[in-house]
Design a protein around this ligand. Structure first.
Ligand code: ATP
Ligand code: MG
Length: 417
């Protein structure tokens, strides 16, 4: 992508109505724009990041036999009346011209459970795992956290269907590993904790994945003795003691819930009569699990933990481009080499943003590069070409180094791995 053609630009000042750190930075760097509280447009750079995150999630979920579908966002009242959740306060409701009631999906248990009924008869039809990546709508009360709390936001929601509890447990445990793979690839390794949370009315515990950062809306309690993390609800219930080892030595941290997993057991299959004939010829309720990740929240969390005073520091796998190629002077020699490099990179499949803008100074280009935060900056100037080289700088390091133009291809091949 040529930066001269990018229709968006970075800005120095953020709109006054934006409070959150992640949205301020993402707006300044030209990744998103706010339409209203909790509702954002993803601009080309932001959309590329979202697609990267989507691919990481999709690849991981497919690797544990997830089957992707797309359910409607527009939903009928009937499904919600079946479970008694039509009164749910966060649900947006609307009417059509004939005064019929509809809602906008804030979750999809009420849609998926009756949907799969048609395909489940015997234990042989189980287990299976169905997911979607789709816009959710929630009338949230506090919308001051930018991408961390959207009113409209993308969610990956996976639902699993099992014949018995052991099978549900196995898959639930497998999902914990899958979720850590996802968060590791998004650069949140080391800061994200599997956190014990309430299991609702049907199972003792559920689990949240909490990423520690000062801007988090949640609070988690880390046991200094056994390293277990528990959320606020559980620690109250356990009277400020670690539920695993009983220790009272707890570290309190602010955190963002980037995902959660939940055993629904037969809560929804009972409501919709989702049953199957088991090996023993008896009719039983299907057991269910649900597993969510907010994609926008994840992107916001990545920014909240990867930045410095100059801008964002994108982890390699979620960066909109790997390389920021910058041409300094506009003379023929520099321009020719920079353009040749750009074409080579594109041919090799290296994702590159090429700052070919003629009306910007070197200083302005560097400020923008730091703000946008691509992992590797490659500068071509008269000075570097005197030694047949380009100047390389990693966004998360201080030093710069010169690499011969002829060696760049090999260097990038290794780096892109
Ligand atoms: P929270 O307690 O933060 O409101 P939740 O318990 O309502 O979250 P779920 O309904 O289980 O969350 O949704 C699954 C996942 O979707 C969450 O773990 C989170 O990553 C994401 N998510 C939930 N609400 C939002 C939101 N308003 N904006 C962005 N992502 C969200
Ligand atoms: Mg919520």
């Amino acid at each position: 992508m040529r930066q001269s053609k990018l229709f968006t630009k970075t800005i120095r000042e953020v709109p006054k109505d934006e409070e959150s750190f992640n949205a301020k930075l993402l707006i300044r760097a030209g990744f998103v724009r706010k339409l209203m509280a909790g509702v954002y447009t993803f601009l080309p750079l932001g959309f590329l990041v979202q697609k990267k995150i989507e691919k990481i999630i999709r690849d991981e979920i497919n690797s544990v036999s997830g089957q992707e579908i797309l359910m409607p966002a527009l939903q009928s009242k009937k499904n919600w009346e079946t479970t008694g959740r039509w009164r749910y306060p966060e649900m947006f409701k609307l009417k059509n011209r004939s005064d019929k009631d509809f809602s906008l999906g804030w979750t999809h248990e009420e849609i998926i459970t009756p949907l799969v009924k048609e395909f489940v008869n015997s234990y042989r039809d189980l287990p299976f795992y169905v997911y979607q990546i789709q816009d959710k709508f929630r009338d949230e009360l506090r919308v001051k956290s930018g991408l961390l709390r959207g009113v409209e936001f993308l969610m990956k929601d996976l639902y699993s269907f099992h014949a018995d509890e052991k099978d549900l447990d196995d898959y639930y445990n497998k999902m914990q590993k899958v979720y850590f793979n996802i968060f590791n690839k998004c650069g949140l390794a080391g800061k994200t904790y599997l956190t014990l949370a309430s299991g609702g009315s049907f199972s003792k515990y559920s689990h949240e994945f909490q990423t520690i950062t000062p801007s988090g809306e949640d609070e988690i309690y880390l046991c200094r003795k056994c390293r277990l993390a528990v959320n606020r609800e559980i620690i109250k219930q356990e009277k400020n003691k670690c539920p695993k080892c009983g220790s009272k030595s707890l570290l309190v941290e602010k955190a963002i819930e980037v995902g959660n997993i939940f055993k629904l057991m037969d809560k929804f299959s009972k409501a919709f009569n989702l049953v199957f004939i088991d090996k023993d010829k008896k009719e039983k309720s299907v057991l269910m699990g649900c597993y969510g990740i907010g994609l926008g929240r994840l992107m916001g969390a990545v920014v909240e933990v990867n930045y410095d005073s100059k801008g964002i520091i994108w982890p390699k796998r979620v960066a909109p481009f790997l390389v920021h190629l910058i041409q300094i002077e506009n003379n023929q020699k520099v321009s020719k080499t920079a353009n040749a490099l750009y074409n080579d990179f594109e041919k090799q499949g290296v994702e590159v943003l090429f700052d070919d803008r003629q009306d910007k100074t070197a200083g302005e280009k560097f400020v923008d590069a730091d703000l946008i935060g691509l992992p590797l900056r490659i500068v071509v100037s008269e000075r570097t070409l005197k030694v047949n080289s380009a100047e390389l700088k990693f966004r998360d390091k201080k030093e710069v180094k010169l690499v011969k133009i002829k060696d760049l291809e090999k260097f990038l091949k290794n780096y892109a791995k």
